[in-house]
Design a protein around this ligand. Structure first.
Ligand code: SF4
Length: 447
């Protein structure tokens, strides 16, 4: 494969390192062929610039958008700085921005201390009832059109490389998250978390706002060895007995007495299910349970879908008065339980809590390809890169990349062995559980 003659005008640094040059070439090749590159590339090779430069060049020439996904906020900053360098070097005024969690962009005071799930419910509820002044300043109340002042603000930011935090600092009148989401439409490169593209509902919301389809995008996944676990956890969920009891209390407190009674009976059925599937005597503390078992329990009272809608009504009412609704959590769990038909482990567990036993029902996604295959195979092209992506075939299969489209590559370190000194010190650790003042002092001394 040969290096594209123009890549040097995009590449943000004066020289391209040896292993990095191959990465640049391979990225350009998969962009042209619409394939997926799985790149095992050692630390220090310069993966971010090595992939962003050719991906952006291709995107600008073929009207595509690069979506760079990384689980770390520090990496957002590095990617945005790389884009700034490329903008200066090419003299081309492309725009870029990053998305971070809504909670960190919210202008309402005190939300930083809320659990993420509670915050999502809170924000949903205040928007629905027109109780957020920042949201109301951003959109008209009836038809949710952008207000003129918000539109002018977006236009002012739209040609830049914006960090989400900078947008927040410049946005005191509107909802900063909504402003960031509006800026996606102008961006040639969007930097985000895996969650924004690999969670099906969130992806739809991002794509609707950015006016994108999967095949408009070159998806770049940084630290891709983390992706299978992240995708599994995005599709997993659980119901606890405590959560169920709180949902019952909410029905009572808000006057949904009939539903309260139904939930009490379902709670009783779940306790029976726990006793029939587990046994302390036999030391059997958990057991598989069928999808249909829970569906059948619910359908003794109502159709499953109707029941979820009823529980959501309670949640809506609760959220008018409180930031969190347990009924909302229950409805969300039921929906996930119903939608995931295969590729999941469904388990009922006996959990000890304050001298009593409670049930916990867990829905665990086992096969990340259920979700990742669509993203990676239907996007225009994708690059999965990491310093520890071996065996490459395993990651290809786990994530469901079509074999004929997968380019598996391992790159040599750009550094000569003589430039490296490896020293093994087996008397210090950076393990989180062991971190202490003493350990830091020891580490500092060795360095
Ligand atoms: S709409 Fe925006 S400002 Fe209002 S609560 Fe939600 S994130 Fe915060």
């Amino acid at each position: 494969m040969s290096t594209d003659p123009d890549i040097s005008s995009f590449f943000p640094f004066s020289t391209i390192r040896s292993g990095q040059r191959e990465l640049v070439d391979d990225t350009m090749t998969v962009a042209k062929n619409g394939h997926s590159l799985l790149a095992h590339a050692p630390t220090g090779i310069g993966k971010t610039a090595g992939v962003l430069a050719p991906a952006l060049q291709y995107a600008l020439e073929h009207d595509k958008t690069v979506i760079f996904l990384t689980p770390r906020h520090s990496q957002h900053r590095i990617a945005l700085e790389t884009l700034q360098h490329m903008r200066q070097k090419t003299g081309r005024a492309f725009a870029g921005c990053n998305i971070i969690g809504k909670k960190w962009l919210c202008n309402v005071e005190g939300v930083e201390n809320m659990e993420s799930r509670d915050f999502i419910e809170y924000c949903k509820s205040v928007r629905k009832d027109d109780r957020c002044p920042f949201y109301n300043n951003t959109f008209t109340q009836n038809d949710k059109q952008l207000r003129q002042r918000a539109s002018t603000h977006i236009q002012q930011l739209s040609g830049n490389i914006n960090t989400a935090q900078e947008v927040k600092q410049q946005t005191s009148e509107f909802c900063p998250y909504e402003i960031v989401m509006q800026l996606l439409r102008f961006a040639k490169v969007i930097i985000a978390d895996y969650f924004h593209i690999f969670h099906p509902t969130v992806r739809q919301s991002v794509f609707d706002r950015a006016d994108l389809q999967l095949d408009d995008c070159i998806i770049v996944v940084d630290e891709a060895h983390n992706l299978p676990d992240r995708v599994r956890s995005l599709l997993s969920s659980q119901l606890t007995e405590y959560g169920m009891q709180q949902a019952i209390n909410e029905c009572n407190a808000f006057g949904f007495y009939e539903l309260e009674e139904t939930l009490r009976q379902i709670h009783g059925e779940l306790r029976e299910l726990l006793d029939s599937h587990t046994s302390v005597q036999d030391k059997k503390y958990e057991s598989f349970v069928e999808r249909q078992t829970l569906v059948n329990i619910i359908e003794q009272w109502d159709s499953f879908k109707e029941f979820v809608v009823d529980v959501e009504m309670v949640a809506d009412e609760v959220r008018e008065h409180k930031k969190r609704s347990f009924a909302g959590g229950f409805a969300e769990f039921l929906r996930t339980w119903y939608e995931g038909e295969s590729g999941y482990a469904r388990v009922i567990r006996r959990k000890k809590k304050h001298h009593r036993t409670e049930y916990q029902i867990v829905l665990r996604c086992l096969h990340p390809a259920l979700n990742s295959a669509k993203v990676l195979n239907e996007s225009h092209a994708s690059v999965l890169m990491s310093g520890t992506l071996t065996p490459l075939e395993m990651y290809r299969d786990l994530l469901g990349v079509e074999e004929e489209k997968a380019q598996l590559r391992s790159y040599q370190s750009s550094f000569h062995a003589k430039q490296r000194k490896d020293i093994v010190v087996n008397t210090v650790t950076t393990r989180y559980a062991k971190r202490s003042e003493d350990e830091f002092l020891k580490l500092g001394w060795y360095i």
